[in-house]
Design a protein around this ligand. Structure first.
Ligand code: ES4
Ligand code: ZN
Length: 324
């Protein structure tokens, strides 16, 4: 391994906190909360993690969350991720959460939010790790449900910096959520969206033009549209790429086929992130390592990726400079 991968300060910008739920914690929380899981052991959970596309993953991802019930559960989940991130020299992290996946099970928005934020606050003081929180709308649910969720978030403008769009991409174009994102922007939230993971370049254009996103999550299918690649290079709208996720969900057959190096060489603001580390077999360090060895990245490439991660973060210029 190139030691600089571990040692260089990094920001993580694409991390679903519910996707950091390790089988051990899932099992422990199931016992603590008397929740019945369809697995008899931690090993059984791990061996179920074999996916052939985004949907086959999402089915297990939503099922796994059934063990998360209390504010302390969300604290424990978030704290475990933050400790792991700090141990890999992540200095700043921007965390997604999926409130609808919890409020639809009867939990209060506040329970989810408060547990996560309490861990983020502790990470700042105890680990020197700064953070931002991004609330995602699930695109397989209705725009009305998203709008209702946005209304609930209006009391939390101090702790939620942006709104995002995640879950099943195909058949759910960004245009469906234009009104929700317009309202979010009016209320002062920044916006991001998953686009071009499984969906076509057109969905990336829609995220840019209709949802006014500051970053594209994934975005790897931009390569099919040369005008879009030119536009991303020119505007430096960042892509939060998740290499191990892309392999586990069969977006690329093998890491050697991944287009991250091509996008980097084309001058795009590409970043490396872990997405759902518990389900995809690695945190940020393992993602950097996997692309470095499969794509033969140089030390300069690695430094560029780490620098891009701070450049793309929702930090002011002074904060960015302090990390670079
Ligand atoms: C996700 Cl990999 C991915 N794509 C879309 N939505 C998601 N939610 C959690 N992980
Ligand atoms: Zn994601």
């Amino acid at each position: 391994m190139m030691p600089i991968i571990h040692d260089i300060p990094k920001a993580e910008l694409h991390l679903h906190i519910e996707g950091s739920l390790e089988p051990e914690l899932m099992f422990a929380l199931a016992q603590r909360n008397h929740v019945q899981l369809p697995y008899g052991s931690v090993d059984e959970i791990r061996s179920a993690y074999q996916f052939h596309n985004l949907q086959s993953f999402l089915d297990l991802y939503y099922a796994g969350m059934s063990v998360l019930l209390t504010e302390q559960d969300f604290y424990d989940l978030t704290w475990a991720y933050l400790q792991k991130a700090a141990s890999q020299t992540v200095k700043h992290t921007e965390i997604f959460f999926d409130p609808q996946a919890h409020t639809d099970r009867g939990l209060a928005f506040e329970t989810v939010h408060d547990g996560i934020v309490r861990a983020l606050t502790d990470a700042k003081t105890q680990l020197g790790l700064s953070s931002q929180l991004i609330m995602c709308f699930n695109r397989h649910l209705s725009p009305e449900s998203a709008m209702d969720t946005l209304h609930q978030a209006l009391s939390y403008k101090d702790t939620i910096v942006a709104v995002g769009l995640d879950s099943s991409e195909l058949d759910y174009p960004p245009s469906l959520f234009q009104a929700v994102f317009e309202k979010a922007l009016e209320e002062g939230f920044l916006t991001v969206a998953h686009a071009g993971e499984e969906g076509p370049p057109e969905y990336i254009w829609q995220a840019i033009r209709l949802l006014k996103v500051s970053r594209i999550d994934h975005g790897v299918r931009c390569i099919e549209d040369p005008a879009l690649v030119d536009y991303l290079a020119e505007t430096q709208i960042p892509l939060t790429v998740c290499p191990l996720s892309n392999i586990k969900l069969c977006v690329f057959d093998r890491m050697a086929d991944h287009n991250l190096k091509q996008l980097l060489d084309r001058g795009l603001c590409v970043t490396v992130n872990s997405d759902d580390p518990s389900y995809f077999g690695g945190y940020i360090l393992e993602n950097y390592q996997a692309v470095q060895s499969a794509l033969n990245l140089s030390q300069a490439d690695l430094l560029q990726l780490a620098q891009n991660s701070f450049q793309a973060a929702f930090l002011d210029e002074l904060q960015k400079q302090s990390y670079l």
